[in-house]
Design a protein around this ligand. Structure first.
Ligand code: TYM
Length: 335
């Protein structure tokens, strides 16, 4: 039986934080043996906000190395760079012309990012979800493992797929496969260390709001020491204690326990006792990833070969789908 297809990606902007890891990559690693997986570094998305050309290529490399360091296994998965497969840009144009503008104007992430940027909002920022739809639809993905903040973009992707199928396909010959979001409960929304009501984010101006996968033990210790807590004695997963909920949730995942065990263990604790436990659990979970990352980064030839092979595999799938779409839309075949 052929395996179902998975596609997902992360932007090579700044450092990967534990929200990205728990919301996305950790789940990719876990599910990869059961699927045929494509994981891309979405560098075209990275320029939807102002970017520095001096760091883009290096950040793209670093992200690919992090995928491998986190445990993406090339026996199950293909790793590639989005801009290396030109079909992503081409399908985006075709989908642009088939997507109502008001579907994009409704996107929460666009509205949030646009407010932050003031005058500087590019057409690309508005178009970001169409490029994401192209990423997914090119690979006939069945499942898309992401964090909760991507739910609306996945819904949009499904709506675009259905719309194109209705207009240009038939029931027997749909143009696109309609994908499903795969959002796990634990870790789907890791909150900021500086404010438990805000999502942990790469673009937060405060470094203290997030723990990066490559933070040293000292930095992790400092960030947890300074993180926001509440003045209530005894720790619990209470809805009205956002910081407590978030930190206990992190401890649950990084110490590999279940919620009940952690609730019991921490019920009578104060922050002074809990914070070192959380710190140690994060440091020991990240240590093997950091070691592997450092090892991979010493061998650029290997990383190049991974990305070259990834490009070839991705192109062969993506170009086929692009051909099917252009056919459906009535284009004159190229020579
Ligand atoms: P990016 O780079 O912003 O985020 C990458 C992944 O990390 C998840 N994530 C979180 N999960 C839990 N808690 C958080 N605080 C947190 N912050 C981020 C995101 O949900 C995401 O899964 N648009 C995508 C990139 C993309 C993509 C795609 C994803 C482009 N094309 C195709 C899937 C399929 C994004 O947000 O990247």
């Amino acid at each position: 039986m052929t395996k179902k297809r998975v596609l997902s990606g992360v932007q090579p902007t700044g450092n990967l934080h534990i929200g990205n890891y728990l919301g996305a990559i950790r789940n990719w690693v876990e599910i990869q043996p059961n699927y045929d997986n494509f994981f891309c570094v979405v560098d075209l998305h990275a320029i939807t906000v102002p970017h520095d050309p001096k760091t883009l290529a290096q950040n793209t490399y670093n992200m690919a190395a992090l995928y491998l360091a986190c445990g993406i296994d090339l026996n199950h998965s293909t790793i590639f760079v989005q801009s290396h497969v030109t079909a992503h840009s081409e399908l985006t144009w075709l989908l642009n012309c088939l997507t109502p503008l008001n579907w994009l104007e409704r996107m929460i992430q666009f509205k949030e990012k646009a407010v932050k940027q003031g005058e500087n909002v590019s057409a690309g920022l508005l178009d970001y979800p169409v490029l994401m739809a192209a990423d997914i639809l090119l690979y006939d993905a069945d499942q898309v493992p992401v964090g909760e903040d991507q739910k609306q973009h996945l819904e949009l992707t499904r709506n675009i797929a259905v719309r194109v199928n209705d207009k240009f396909g038939s029931e027997q010959n749909p143009i696109f496969k309609v994908p499903e979001p795969m959002i796990r409960k634990e870790g789907a929304r890791v909150m900021s260390l500086a404010d438990g009501t805000k999502k942990m984010s790469k673009s937060d101006s405060s470094q203290l709001s997030r723990i990066n996968l490559l933070d040293t033990p000292d930095v992790i210790k400092k960030k947890i020491k300074k993180c926001k807590t509440d003045p209530i004695m005894g720790l619990s997963f209470a809805d009205d204690r956002p910081e407590c909920n978030n930190l206990l949730g992190l401890y649950t995942i990084f110490s590999d326990q279940n919620k009940e065990a952690v609730a019991d263990e921490c019920a009578d604790m104060g922050w002074g006792k809990f914070k070192p436990l959380l710190t140690d659990s994060i440091i020991s979970a990240l240590e093997p990833i950091q070691n592997k990352y450092n090892e991979i980064m010493t061998d650029k030839t290997y990383l190049d070969s991974v990305l070259k092979e990834g490009q070839e595999k991705a192109e062969s799938v993506a170009n086929k789908t692009l051909g099917r779409v252009k056919d459906g839309l009535g284009y004159l075949p190229s020579f």
